[in-house]
Design a protein around this ligand. Structure first.
Ligand code: ADP
Ligand code: MG
Length: 666
């Protein structure tokens, strides 16, 4: 009875389309919340500024004129009288409306107000006047084959009073927060009576999302305390010896991280730890020591990188670090011949490989470990936390260590990474020069070229980043190909440049990176594909065009590509827009501070990226806007988890069932 086929107005074809949206049953249909609401409310003309959004209704008082231009474009214009004002309405590419609009037609116009010309550039025209009360229209994410309004119609057609919903929020919390009930919330979110009711509905549903999310996080964390993990017996002297022969002394935070990991690995409790620190703060060596501890404990370890380039880099690094130790390290990448892969698989099962490095190929079906004890995941946000399940399918429950170069201030981290323990590396290794960040407008491009020339003269290398690969009709943002032409015009005589972007094959990309690494190329012009962990010591400058297009944390990540040596390094941000926001980067090199500012300014956008989207994606809640609600949900969820009723499967049995099911633990 929960099946979609049984619904009014839903045939087999629609079922398929709904499936694409992740809607597989009736519950999921009603839980398919709008992502925004269009409020049709007559604008107050006196309050509007140039280019503001406007909604106005009135009577058409001139015959529409229609002109065609270019190949398929057309523009229609007519006058409307609103009773107190007259506007010229202009709408593009709606020639078909001409037949339906004549003198006397009642219309509602939605668009952009051109105050200067007394006109409206309409994005939509409805052939009726506005109702007396503001009309709230829910807007749903759609796919081809079904529109937002079709989804809405299906929901409304089936949303009757007989439907019941499972309430997960305990009664005392409903009372505490003065929430309306779930059924009313669902009805109001799809069919808002007015703004007040909509807000009440949103309050309930957001809180429910956050509450269930936090409950899941804390449940996992709590469970880990009770589940048996791997225990290792290790002579600490061996670790101390290893640390002492490193080419550098660990920073205090690195040392602290190592100590956390050591404690985790020798205890029975399963490790689920995040090491977060800026690019270049030296997370890799912490991971290497972790792998060594795991090896000493007698287990196999893997190090998973998001790209093949990085995997290769890690492999070289580990080989060097473990030169003097009898340990078998191998690299598994997609590039290997089938026969070579097979050889690795065979040795792996026989426990003839101690540390395996690679991309997610490490967890493909063919790979079987002998006694996997530790999984290290570099640049953690590229992978999902749900990777757990792919490990589980392999019948192993190893300790897990994540490395993240998108540091998050502690207050946010403890919420977002509620199920993990966290080690933060704040201090950079000694002797590192601060990167100088310079903000330039597009007019100042000549200065930028001068700065670049200075670096090239010193035989240093430069990254140039643009938001686009190719020219686009829609924007005038810089693209990689055009930039290459410009740069070659400026520097073609003295050095070579090359292009790198995501649409190239991985062989092409690897080849370019190899050349750049060997300093055969001086300027690398790319999209943000270079963002992740690449380590080119001789690169001393990164120039980012249209920087306003990127989040602060992302820019900070990009900036981290340089400054990996004793030379002064530079980050040049070129932008004519949002310069105030970008200023933040000229003032600090501390990723924790940058992400805090990002959070304040832009909302959770970048933070979302720090966790696999599926993990942190809320349909309605917004981590920034609803952060206080998230904190409350966190407290509330602990309260429940520790309550007798929960522990003894009492009245919160429903919740427990949901948790077990959603985590595939049952
Ligand atoms: P990330 O945190 O971005 O992964 P890496 O681990 O790649 O940073 O470290 C960046 C560079 O700093 C590497 O070349 C590494 O060898 C070096 N490094 C790491 N720790 C120290 C230290 N304590 N002292 C000096 N150099 C260090
Ligand atoms: Mg790294």
């Amino acid at each position: 009875m929960n099946s979609l086929e049984a619904l009014k107005g839903v045939g087999p074809k629609t079922v398929q389309t709904l499936n694409k949206l992740g809607i597989n049953n009736v519950d999921e249909l009603f839980a398919y919340y709008p992502y925004r609401f269009e409020i049709f409310e007559r604008s107050n003309i006196h309050k509007l500024k140039q280019d503001d959004h406007i909604v106005i209704d009135g009577i058409v008082e001139s015959i529409p004129t229609l002109v065609f231009f270019r190949k398929k474009m057309n523009k229609m214009s007519f006058r409307i009288n609103t009773g107190s004002n007259v506007f010229v309405v202009i709408i593009f590419n709606r020639a078909f409306l001409k037949q339906r609009i004549g003198i006397g037609t009642k219309v509602t116009v939605i668009g952009k107000y051109d105050k200067m010309h007394g006109s409206i550039i309409a994005s939509d025209i409805k052939l009726s006047l506005l109702p007396p009360k503001p009309l709230i229209e829910p807007i749903y994410h759609s796919v081809s084959g079904i529109s937002s309004s079709q989804i809405h119609k299906i929901i409304l057609d089936n949303l009757d009073d007989n439907i019941s919903f499972c309430e997960y929020i305990p009664d005392y919390l409903i009372t505490r927060y003065k929430l309306i009930n779930k059924k009313d919330s669902i009805i109001q979110v799809h069919k808002p009576a007015d703004k007040l009711m909509l807000n009440k509905a949103l309050n309930y549903l957001k809180y429910e999302e956050l509450f269930l999310f936090m409950l899941k996080m804390n449940y996992l964390k709590n469970m880990r305390n009770h589940l048996d993990g791997l225990k290792r017996e290790i002579q600490p002297e061996k670790i101390i010896d290893f640390v002492n022969q490193l080419p550098f002394k660990l920073t205090d935070d690195q040392e602290k991280g190592v100590r956390h990991i050591y404690d985790d690995l020798i205890s029975k409790r399963r490790m689920n730890r995040l090491v977060q620190g800026d690019v270049g703060s030296g997370k890799t060596v912490v991971a290497i020591i972790a792998l060594y501890i795991n090896f000493l404990g007698g287990y196999q370890g893997v190090l998973m990188a998001p790209t093949e380039i990085l995997a290769q880099q890690h492999y070289n690094n580990l080989k060097k670090m473990f030169e003097h130790i009898d340990i078998n390290i191998e690299l598994l990448t997609g590039k290997l011949k089938q026969s070579e892969k097979k050889k690795i698989y065979e040795r792996l099962v026989k426990n003839d490989i101690d540390i395996l490095i690679g991309t997610h190929a490490l967890f493909s079906d063919d790979v079987v470990y002998n006694n996997l004890g530790l999984v290290v995941t570099d640049e953690q946000h590229r992978f999902g936390v749900n990777q757990r399940s792919s490990l589980k399918n392999k019948g192993v429950m190893p300790d897990v260590l994540y490395l993240s170069a998108t540091p998050i201030p502690r207050t946010y981290a403890i919420s977002l990474y509620g199920d993990m323990d966290i080690s933060s590396i704040h201090t950079m290794p000694n002797g590192r020069k601060q990167i100088k960040t310079i903000l330039k407008s597009e007019k100042e491009i000549k200065d930028v070229l001068d700065l670049m020339y200075d670096q090239l003269k010193q035989k240093h290398q430069i990254y140039v980043v643009a938001p686009l690969i190719e020219e686009s009709e829609k924007t005038d943002m810089e693209n990689v190909y055009e930039l290459k032409n410009k740069i070659d015009r400026a520097f073609g005589k003295i050095c070579k440049s090359a292009i790198l972007h995501g649409k190239m094959t991985s062989e092409e990309k690897d080849k370019v990176m190899e050349q750049y690494k060997n300093n055969e190329i001086s300027i690398l012009i790319s999209t943000t594909v270079i963002e992740v962990g690449v380590d080119i010591k001789n690169a001393t400058m990164i120039v980012i065009f249209d920087s306003y297009r990127f989040g602060l944390s992302q820019l900070h990540q990009l900036r981290g590509r340089v400054g990996r040596n004793e030379f002064q390094s530079y980050c040049v941000l070129i932008s004519d827009k949002e310069t105030e926001r970008l200023e933040v980067l000229t003032k600090t090199n501390d990723g924790f501070k940058v992400s805090e500012e990002d959070f304040k300014l832009r909302g959770s956008g970048d933070l979302f990226g720090t966790r696999q989207s599926g993990d942190m994606q809320f349909a309605l809640a917004d981590i920034k806007q609803d952060f206080n609600m998230l904190l409350r949900a966190k407290e509330d969820s602990w309260e429940i988890l520790f309550s007798k009723e929960f522990v003894n499967n009492g009245k919160y049995g429903k919740l427990k069932e949901l948790l077990d099911k959603s985590m595939d633990l049952s």
